[in-house]
Every structure is written in structure tokens, then in C-alpha cells.
Design a protein around this ligand. Structure first.
Ligand SMILES: Nc1ncnc2c1ncn2[C@@H]1O[C@H](COP(=O)(O)OP(=O)(O)OP(=O)(O)O)[C@@H](O)[C@H]1O
Ligand SMILES: [Mg+2]
Length: 237
């Protein structure tokens, strides 16, 4: 049984956590504004130098391009961080997971085709409804799809399956890409862990946070050279 002391300690830690999270979120926001001013001015500078044909102009333009790329990278890290920090209160509605998956496929299809990825859906009809925050669930699908796409640089197949099992609705997300070695498998859900140049390492931690906020679970099986399967299981409403 939880003692009064444990209870107080827990509340103190929660309050501390909330304060740190608010501070970190505020800091990310504060950095975003000047960063976007810097980006905009770099863009203007680049435009001005575009027409110059002296070697000096071209050298400056190349350096400006490097700084612009790093700015974009910083912006992406801040966006991923804010997305991660924002997962708190859910706006739950009773939803059909198949419809959300179907809508996602319609949305993602063109990009998948561009990367030589074939989407293969196996959606079990008459799934029971689940309580979902639809916009967060779309984020889950998008983060998993982006990882799958990056794991299949020469194209491949992305299989999306839904079914009901033991009173839960299950979504499987399967790619036949590069897969993960042991070390990556053990670290993939850690914040800021990434094996990609320029990866923020917040994609999967955000996915897991969203799934767990829905009282769901996420598991992963992966083998180097064969591919990766994520299994998300959600309680039926
Ligand atoms: N489908 C996948 N196939 C192979 N490896 C994967 C897959 N999904 C995730 N990983 C591995 O897990 C790591 C962490 O993934 P995560 O989405 O959290 O971060 P990221 O993709 O590196 O960066 P970000 O998503 O923030 O841009 C990846 O760097 C990659 O090594
Ligand atoms: Mg990712």
C-alpha cells in the first residue's frame, strides 16, 4: 500500500516533472522564433547572391546553403521535440481504426509510390470501435511510415494489417527493409537515439508515448536484412 510519504514524494516529483516539461517546451518555442528570422534572412541573402557571378558570390552562396540546411535541421528537431512534449491530454472519440488506416493510405499513397513502396493493406472488416485521438493516431502512422520508408531506400512493401484479438484491436505495420541489429532494437524507444544522420530520435518515443496514452502497447520484431514489424494493440471501447 502506498504510504503518505510515497504519495507526497510522488506528487513532488510529478510537479517537478511538469515544471521541467513546461520549461523545456517554452525554451523550444523561444528558440523557434529567432531561428525562423535567421532562416528568412538567409533566404533573402541567398536570393541576392543568386544572380552574382563572381567566385566570391558563389563561395558565399555555398556557405549560406550550409547554414540554411543546419537551420532546417534545428527546426525539425524543435518540431519533433514539441510534438513529443505536447502528447498529454487526448481528445478521444469512438473511432473505426480501419477508416483511419484507410484515410492514411490515401494520404500517403503518392509519396509511397515516389519511393517505390507498395502499400499492401489487410484490414479485417467489422473491427470493434476504439477510443482514439485521431490526430495523434495519424501522427503514429506517419512516424512509422517515415521510418519504414527510410528503411527501404530502394523501395519495398509496406504491409498494414488490422484484426481483433482477445478483446483488443491490433494494428501491424510491416516493412521488408534493412531491419535492426540487436543494439538498435534495444535502444529504438530511447529519446534522441537515432542511427540516421540528421535524425532527431524522437519518432518512436513519440509513437510509444501516444500508444501508451491510449492504454495500448507497442512491440517490435526486427531482423537485419529482412525487415521490421511493429505491433500496436489497443483496448476495445
Ligand atoms: N522500420 C524500421 N526499420 C529499421 N530501423 C528502424 C525502423 N524504425 C526505426 N528504426 C531504427 O530506430 C531508430 C529510432 O527511430 P526514431 O523514429 O525514433 O528516430 P529517427 O527515425 O532516427 O529520427 P526521427 O524519426 O526523429 O527523424 C532509427 O534511427 C532506426 O535506426
Ligand atoms: Mg523516425
Amino acid at each position: 500500500m502506498e504510504t503518505q510519504f510515497d504519495q507526497n514524494e510522488r506528487e513532488r516529483l510529478l510537479a517537478q516533472y511538469a515544471e521541467i516539461a513546461t520549461l523545456a517546451g517554452g525554451l523550444a518555442h523561444e528558440i523557434k522564433n529567432p531561428l525562423s528570422t535567421i532562416s528568412m534572412n538567409l533566404e533573402l541573402l541567398a536570393e541576392e547572391l543568386q544572380d552574382g557571378d563572381s567566385p566570391r558570390d558563389r563561395r558565399m552562396l555555398r556557405k549560406i546553403e550550409v547554414v540554411r540546411r543546419e537551420c532546417r535541421h534545428l527546426q525539425e528537431i524543435l518540431d519533433a521535440f514539441l510534438q513529443f512534449a505536447r502528447v498529454g491530454q487526448l481528445e478521444l472519440v469512438e473511432a473505426d481504426l480501419n477508416r483511419i488506416v484507410q484515410d492514411f493510405i490515401t494520404f500517403y499513397q503518392r509519396e509511397a509510390e515516389k519511393h517505390g513502396i507498395e502499400i499492401s493493406p489487410h484490414l479485417c472488416p467489422n473491427l470493434p470501435p476504439v477510443q482514439l485521438d485521431e490526430s495523434l493516431m495519424r501522427q503514429v502512422l506517419m512516424n512509422l511510415a517515415r521510418n519504414a520508408q527510410q528503411a527501404m531506400p530502394n523501395g519495398g512493401t509496406l504491409e498494414l494489417q488490422t484484426y481483433e484479438r482477445d478483446g483488443r484491436v491490433v494494428l501491424e505495420f510491416i516493412d521488408n527493409g534493412v531491419g535492426m541489429d540487436e543494439r538498435t532494437r534495444s535502444k529504438m524507444f530511447q529519446v534522441f537515439f537515432s542511427t540516421k544522420p540528421g535524425g532527431s530520435g524522437l519518432g518512436l518515443p513519440t509513437v510509444r508515448k501516444i500508444v501508451e496514452a491510449h492504454h495500448g502497447t507497442i512491440e517490435c520484431e526486427s531482423e537485419p536484412g529482412r525487415g521490421t514489424r511493429f505491433t500496436i494493440s489497443l483496448p476495445v471501447s
